[in-house]
Ligand binder design. Structure first.
Ligand SMILES: Nc1ncnc2c1ncn2[C@@H]1O[C@H](COP(=O)(O)OP(=O)(O)OP(=O)(O)O)[C@@H](O)[C@H]1O
Length: 312
């Protein structure tokens, strides 16, 4: 099946000379929920802003539902809904007027029944006559989503949808995303949160320093992320790892006082019992032991490293 969004060799260098995107190739499958994950400044917003026609690319091409986003801008844009991070709408208008106006901008014939359904799905129907100005932050976020859906897009971008929102809105948002997917809408969201990607996405792309370092099915990625570490603080510093222990996923800290053992949480055996036995056999005593899960940062570092090694 043809991808619904096709990004080829996309680069962006800002006027400052900063290279925000360094040759991105990415195909989004029709009907999937795709999460773009990356640390601050990785290039997520730049990438989706280019696809949505808000920022010009320096080079490369993007097709949205088969339309070139530059040569066939209107056709491409009409397929796309964008929920930005911040609200930039006329604060003095009512919710209803805002969504009707948004729909009109895309040249769509009025369809009040459709818009009513969108507002009801977002628990905004009761607020339809309220001025945006008078709404709470969470309600304003809902208006952003309603606006993005007003012209019945087939591709919906959500930029950091749940950053700073309360539990109820987060829950509603996730439900809405699943409902839209059932209707065949493709959803692309950016996030800092592994949990959010884990909860929602079919596939995950990791972007770092303007490069797409990995695109993978969620299940596969979660398997890779499922690493835990056991840190042992030693009684006596070690000059080096005993030879017999070198085959294990063990790392000695530079000062020789701690050993870090990395294991796969989803593996059948953690190997910890064997590790402890072998340490005892080789006279390595420890005074403290604690376990930790890999932090998002460590995951990124390890993913970047893996991607580089595979490319080499
Ligand atoms: N107009 C601009 N001029 C110069 N540099 C910019 C401009 N817009 C963004 N950048 C830089 O490009 C890089 C990528 O920014 P972008 O907003 O795409 O990142 P992001 O992954 O969305 O980050 P965040 O999660 O913080 O929103 C950042 O280092 C940012 O400072």
């Amino acid at each position: 099946m043809q991808p619904v969004v096709s990004v080829q060799n996309l680069t962006k260098t800002y006027a400052s000379g900063f290279r925000a995107l360094k040759g991105i190739d990415l195909d989004i499958r029709r009907g999937e929920i795709f999460a773009l994950l990356g640390p601050n400044g990785a290039g997520k917003t730049t990438l989706i802003s280019i696809i949505c026609g808000i920022v010009n690319a320096t080079s490369g091409t993007v097709l949205a539902d088969g339309h070139d986003i530059v040569r066939e801008f209107r056709a491409a844009r009409s397929k796309i809904g964008l929920v930005p991070q911040e609200l930039s709408t006329d604060a003095f208008e009512s919710v209803w007027a805002t969504v009707r106006f948004s729909r009109g901008l895309f040249g769509k014939a009025p369809d009040d029944a459709y818009l009513e359904q969108v507002l009801r799905d977002l628990s905004l129907w009761d607020k339809r006559d309220s001025k945006i100005l008078a709404l709470s932050g969470g309600m304003k976020r809902r208006v952003l989503i309603a606006k993005a859906l007003s012209h019945e897009p087939t591709i919906l971008f959500l930029d950091e949808p749940t950053a700073g929102v309360d539990v109820e809105l987060r829950h509603d948002m996730w439900q809405m995303v699943h409902r839209l997917r059932e209707r065949g809408v493709t959803i692309i969201l950016t996030t800092h949160y592994i949990e959010e990607a884990e909860e929602m996405a079919d596939r995950i792309g990791v972007i770092n320093k303007g490069e797409l370092v990995l695109v993978e099915d969620k299940a596969e990625l979660m398997r890779k992320l499922g690493k835990k570490q056991l840190v042992l603080t030693l009684q006596e510093p070690l000059g080096s790892l005993p030879v017999a222990l070198r085959g294990l996923p063990l790392e000695l800290s530079p000062d020789g006082t701690a050993l870090t053992y990395t294991y796969d949480v989803q593996g059948e055996r953690t190997g910890i019992a064997t590790l402890l036995r072998q340490l005892a056999d080789h006279g390595v005593d420890f005074k403290d032991l604690h376990s930790s899960e890999s932090s998002l940062e460590e995951i990124f570092v390890s993913l970047v490293r893996t991607a580089r090694e595979e490319a080499a």
